[in-house]
Design a protein around this ligand. Structure first.
Ligand code: GLN
Ligand code: ZN
Length: 801
């Protein structure tokens, strides 16, 4: 018997912080898209939404949860729901009181085009109101903490006013009550709501809005109380961040104010240790506290020390961020002393909302039975909570059968030869200390590469993908379905590669790419060819709005059974005398966009992937490929929420990258690419990746970011100069607009002011797969011309000097 906890001798209640919204078959996605196309009515959409809520609440009731959670559902995003609840829709949308709530909601979420604005109900044909003529971009979207979910960012200014402006939450509470459920409502707390928003005027501090915001929260809470809601979960995830003092100190008075009119409040924190905010969280005037015991298990003791015994302690014991079955024995061993010590009520929950995991394993017909038996999606996680509560409250004997089944699955996973491959472990263990270092430092490599490649000054290149036409996607889909055989598929893809090569040659680009026609997704493409990865049929997770992603599952030691890209790249190289750049996805990006195993450190998994990619890099080199790009667009988003964790994370991440890149000779040029522009705070670490060339997004920030690379970033006294070569994007690929030659020469001149011109490359901001060919060719023609003009100019200047 592994562990027999003493029964807590009191009932243990279970609940969830939130539930996936999309539905088992992504019903919400399809209903939304149908509504946006105009194929169905608002009433149809609301019907689907109500049905989904009903199913999701029923799943919670069936699993024996103490409450169903209401207020976590959203048609697009829960922060957008709060913007309407709190009456702070940005004035720039110029809603005039006649636009219905739903239309305003989607206007904020998706923007209003100038033409659509004319269709505004109540507008006459000759309407001249601002909203009718200008259109408005959507609210900005950004990542919800360190997840891959994106929320809509509230906009604040000195003119922002709040009032209780939406009945949606109260209607949903009534809806659940009418179905006979006991309801716990959930709200995003006032401090987190303000924190997650953005000031729209320079110098305006959104914190100054708190005093105005609190009375509206009071009103919301009073309404919920009047509806008979006993508990409100109020989320303040920012308690897990490094907060300015003013924000920390505002918690206590704010919650005293809310306590006046509120039902019982369960303050919910998640994603990150509370650290210096632990005592504060324990002592706020609320009736209960939820903590994330998956991300911060070491804090449980501190919480039981500080949390007054009359308060509810909700322990987030089931991982809400991952898809593995919970080790119930380990969970019970962790909970038993907590139950012992905390005299007040004990609740069990997922660590965070289940929004970040797929709906249910029931629909999984693609995963093999073995891997499937190791997993738990949202519905299964609710069952785990139920089991834990039974075992904890009544003793393990009360749940013996189910505990045994879970234990068997965990043990099988632990000992499976599919998880542990001795060769992979041996390889990592045998890695020489210098395995993450190139043979020579950059200057020697640069010289060797120049001799070999003989590229012109300001060499031109692209980031990897070319337009993924409907034809390419159809061919790939037919091949997957089995409707197109391998030989014909290969022919089709080779034809696409040849087309891309010919076009690049005609444009006069210096370093070519094969265009990535054969790739569906930059992570999936590699995961499908690596050992240790599994793919689900239906493991969808909401990314934003109706957009869902289906992350691969990394369940075992990663290895590369065979080359993944060599044949395509070699074929492409055979078509041209110009250098063909090999194109790979880096270890950190593969890790970041997958569900990662929890039975070894993430860094170990990253290193395993890195060695597999290194094999590919070496094979490309052996096949005569002189330039290899290893994309790492996700390095920055892996940064821990607390700054103290940044350095160790970046040290490990950049080391993994270097492992993947360091198996090659000096004269092989390694590129990396990142598609974002906030580098100021992590530049030395990015430089530590030691790629020979880095291409980055800069055109939308007008090269501002380059200040950092050149050593004069604001707040970076002493000036760190980026030592290697760099390709700042000279045009934005996110829109079909074709920039003029002159726009790009201007950007190049700007770049040349901060980066030595012999280290500069010329390329777009990112890959071109979402673009069409006409604008792609037009823009690249201008780009090549811009590079030529600047080259001539620089040579003239040199001749003069
Ligand atoms: N090589 C990839 C492409 O061009 C890079 C994509 C990315 O940066 N996200 O599509
Ligand atoms: Zn990119």
């Amino acid at each position: 018997m592994p562990f027999a906890p003493v029964p807590a001798q009191r009932p243990v209640l279970t609940h969830t912080l939130g539930f996936p919204r999309m539905g088992a078959q992504r019903e919400l996605k399809f209903a939304l898209e149908s509504f946006w196309r105009g194929d169905s009515s608002a009433a149809d959409l609301q019907d689907t939404a109500a049905q989904l809520r009903q199913v999701h609440w029923q799943a919670q009731a069936d699993a024996g949860l103490g409450f169903v959670t209401v207020g976590d559902f959203a048609l697009y995003d829960h922060v957008a729901n709060h913007i309407q609840l709190l009456g702070c829709e940005p004035a720039r949308f110029a809603f005039d009181g006649t636009t219905p709530e739903l239309a305003r909601y989607f206007a904020m979420a998706r923007g209003v085009s100038a033409r659509a604005a004319h269709d505004h109900p109540g507008c006459s044909a000759g309407c001249t109101a601002a909203h009718a003529t200008e259109g408005q971009p959507a609210l900005e979207m950004t990542k919800w903490f360190d997840t891959n979910y994106h929320y809509l960012v509230p906009e604040f200014s000195a003119h922002t006013q709040f009032h209780l402006a939406s009945e949606r939450l109260f209607d949903e509470v009534a809806e659940a009550q009418a179905l006979g459920h006991k309801v716990k409502a959930v709200l995003l707390g006032p401090l987190s709501f303000l924190w997650l928003g953005k000031a729209k005027e320079a110098g305006f501090d959104r914190f100054s809005l708190l005093a105005q915001l609190l009375p509206v929260y009071e009103a919301v809470l009073a309404r919920l109380k009047a509806q008979g809601v006993e508990w409100v979960q109020i989320d303040e995830p920012i308690l897990g961040l490094d907060l300015p003092d003013a924000w920390r100190h505002a918690f206590e008075p704010s919650y005293w104010q809310l306590a006046r009119s509120a039902p019982k409040l369960l303050l919910a924190t998640y994603f990150s240790p509370l650290a210096e905010n632990l005592r504060l969280a324990c002592q706020l005037p609320v009736a209960g506290l939820h903590v994330d015991a998956v991300r911060a298990p070491e804090e449980l003791v501190g919480v039981t020390d500080w949390l007054p015994s009359h308060k509810v302690l909700s322990v987030g014991i089931v991982d809400g961020r991952n898809i593995w079955r919970t080790d119930l024995d380990a969970a019970l061993a962790c909970l038993a002393p907590v139950a012992d010590k905390h005299q007040g009520a004990l609740w069990l929950a997922p660590s965070c909302s289940l929004l970040h995991v797929p709906f249910s394993l029931q629909a999984e017909n693609k995963l093999d039975a073995e891997v499937k038996s190791w997993l738990a999606f949202a519905v299964e996680k609710l069952d785990e909570l139920n089991l834990l509560a039974t075992a904890l409250g009544q003793g393990a004997a009360a749940a013996a059968g189910a505990l045994l089944a879970a234990r068997t699955a965990i043990a099988a996973r632990r000992s499976s030869p599919r998880v542990h491959r001795a060769t992979v472990a041996a390889r990592l263990a045998a890695a020489a200390p210098g395995a993450d270092q190139r043979t020579s430092a950059f200057p020697a490599r640069q010289q060797a590469q120049r001799q070999r490649l003989k590229l012109p000054l300001l060499p031109t290149t692209t980031i990897g993908s070319f337009p993924q036409t409907a034809e390419i996607r159809a061919a790939r889909a037919a091949f997957k379905r089995g409707a197109l055989d391998a030989a014909h598929y290969q022919q089709k893809m080779q034809a696409e590669i040849e087309l891309a090569v010919r076009k690049q040659e005609a444009l006069g680009i210096d370093v070519l790419v094969h265009g990535e026609a054969e790739r569906n997704d930059m992570v999936e493409y590699f995961g499908e060819q690596l050992d240790g990865f599994a793919f689900t049929a239906n493991g969808w997770v909401q990314s934003y709005g109706s957009r869902c992603v289906k992350p691969p599952v990394i369940y075992g030691d990663v290895a590369r059974p065979a080359p993944m890209t060599v044949a395509w790249t070699q074929y492409a190289q055979s078509l041209t005398a110009k250098p063909m750049k090999g194109m790979l996805t880096g270890p950190i990006t593969i890790l970041q966009w997958s569900f990662v195993r929890d039975d070894q450190p993430r860094a170990t998994t990253a290193d395993q992937i890195a060695w597999a990619i290194r094999d590919e890099v070496c094979d490309l080199e052996a096949a005569g490929i002189a330039i290899i790009q290893i994309d790492e667009p996700a390095i920055r988003e892996g940064l821990p929420l607390r700054r103290a964790g940044w350095k160790p994370y970046l040290q490990r991440a950049t080391r993994s990258f270097r492992i993947s890149a360091s198996g090659v000779r000096n004269e092989t040029q390694i590129h990396t690419h990142m598609c974002y522009s906030e580098f100021n705070d992590i530049l030395p670490e990015i430089a530590a990746m030691d790629a020979d060339v880095i291409t980055i997004e800069t055109s939308r920030s007008d090269m501002e970011l380059l200040q950092a690379f050149g050593g004069s970033a604001p707040g970076r006294a002493g000036g760190f100069k980026y030592p290697n070569e760099i390709g700042p994007g000279v045009y934005d690929i996110h829109s079909p607009r074709v920039p003029s030659v002159q726009e790009m020469t201007a950007l190049l001149h700007k770049a040349a002011e901060v980066v030595p011109v012999e280290n500069l490359w010329v390329n777009p901001d990112c890959g071109l797969k979402t673009r069409g060919w006409p604008e792609t060719e037009a823009a690249l023609r201008h780009m090549v011309q811009a590079a030529q003009e600047v080259r001539v100019l620089l040579q003239e200047e040199e001749a003069l000097a």
